[in-house]
Design a protein around this ligand. Structure first.
Ligand code: AMP
Length: 426
């Protein structure tokens, strides 16, 4: 018979075992912070209307141009496996009338995202992101709190020596003037920049600024800086954000070339990375985000301000491993139950349920016959208390309780087992 080999689709992975523990811990850390800062979790559908991303993320971006997983339904709707989280959260805010809630509405998410990328180290077609969004308030204090939460999340995960890179890309108005200035600066330098940047200069000129090509960076070192073109309101907003960051001692550096690529950003944009310039830089930033006050308009809705950040979980985990950040695995199994013989197995099945109803963790190897094998498993799990029901105990309705550290054992009635265990694990 021919075997059919099934594999995960290109760029997608199974997550299980030790790897899953990393994902769970990152999620747990985010959840704790979300509770503290009173963010509600939101789960939006995996599929969204293609238009949502075209209008928000923007046509000239890599995400929309090359990376969307688009599918046509039988009803001929064009749906997309969501490539990012801000636009869906914003759509949900409008659709569910959250404008009538107390503002800002604080929402966080954790889930899978999809981009049709060329698979390479650290770049997958399905990856996980955590994001926090303040929707419905334009005060600069929320820009600072967004950065603060992202910074705290990374610190709580275990990263040290992290620094915020920050810039303001202004509002649509001041950006117009800046784009003109950048355009005339690049006019007679087109031969000096890379082929991608030549295209970017036509379609989405701000993206030339964050090109990593050394040739382009050399040219750009002389380029006009966007902060010099900010209108009074944007300048004042940025000044406040920086003052708030100083107040809470968040280390930052101004990066005049940080633009973050997506069309919906306005005013503050930021990324968080390592302060030392070592090989981790090659893996990119740990988190990024910014303000998106023109997103409402782009989606043909009301003017709704917002600010938020996201972080890619795979990148976080890769860097945790690189930096040797380990999580202590919680010891859940406090008790192991060993059984010998069919009657003992039946009694064991019942005792496990009694213990579970009292929230006592118990491990077993209930299909196994050999006592030695079962004890070896208990040893591997480093369990202190082992319950043994042999043939005699099964008949007598008793259980042996063995302390694996001291080797001491005693016999108790099966009906008293929960009470006895509670006494010992206190
Ligand atoms: P972006 O929305 O492009 O700024 O991405 C936000 C974060 O998501 C990045 O910093 C990455 O950590 C992560 N990310 C984006 N695309 C991918 C991908 N294809 N594979 C894994 N992680 C990704």
């Amino acid at each position: 018979m021919n075997k059919i080999k099934y594999q995960t689709p290109t760029g997608m992975h199974d997550v299980f075992g030790k790897e899953q523990v990393f994902y769970d811990k990152v999620e747990e850390t985010a959840k704790k912070l979300a509770e503290f800062y009173a963010f509600q979790r939101i789960t939006t559908p995996i599929l969204e209307d293609q238009e949502l991303f075209i209008r928000s993320v923007g046509e000239g971006t890599d995400i929309v141009e090359k990376e969307m997983f688009t599918l046509k339904t039988k009803g001929k709707d064009l749906l997309v496996l969501r490539p990012e989280g801000t636009a869906p959260v914003f759509r949900a805010y409008i659709e569910n009338g959250m404008q009538s809630f107390s503002q800002p509405v604080k929402l966080w998410y954790y889930g899978p995202f999809f981009r049709y990328e060329r698979p390479q180290a650290g770049r997958y077609r399905q990856f996980w992101q955590i994001g926090f969004e303040f929707v419905g308030d334009k005060a600069p204090v929320y820009d600072a709190q967004t950065i603060l939460i992202a910074h705290n999340l990374l610190k709580d995960i275990g990263f040290k020596n992290i620094v915020v890179s920050i810039n303001s890309i202004g509002c649509e108005e001041c950006r117009k003037d800046y784009k003109k200035a950048l355009n005339s600066f690049l006019k007679n330098k087109k031969d000096l920049i890379c082929a991608d940047c030549k295209k970017r200069a036509e379609k989405n000129i701000l993206r030339v600024l964050d090109c990593k090509n050394p040739k382009c960076q050399q040219v750009l070192s002389e380029a006009p800086q966007i902060v010099d073109y900010l209108c009074p309101e944007c300048k004042d907003h940025f000044k406040h954000v920086l003052e708030y960051l100083e107040e809470v001692s968040i280390p930052y550096r101004l990066d005049p070339f940080l633009v973050r690529g997506l069309d919906y950003y306005s005013k503050t944009v930021f990324e968080i990375g390592f302060s030392e310039t070592d090989k981790e830089e090659a893996l990119g930033s740990l988190a990024g985000g910014g303000r998106y006050d023109s997103l409402g308009k782009a989606l043909k809705s009301d003017d709704i301000p917002g600010v938020g950040f996201s972080m890619g979980v795979e990148r976080i985990i890769a860097l945790m491993k690189l930096k040797n950040i380990k999580y202590k695995e919680k010891k859940k199994e406090s008790i192991f139950i060993v059984q010998v013989g069919e009657l003992a197995r039946k009694k064991t099945l019942k005792i496990i349920e009694e213990l579970r109803s009292q929230k006592i963790n118990v491990s077993e190897a209930i299909s196994k016959e050999s006592m030695k094998l079962q004890l070896t498993k208990a040893n591997k799990l480093a369990i202190n208390i082992v319950l043994i029901i042999g043939q005699r105990e099964a008949l007598n309705n008793t259980v042996i309780i063995k302390n694996m550290e001291t080797g001491k054992q005693s016999i108790v009635e099966q009906e008293n087992i929960v009470k006895e265990i509670k006494k010992r694990i206190k």
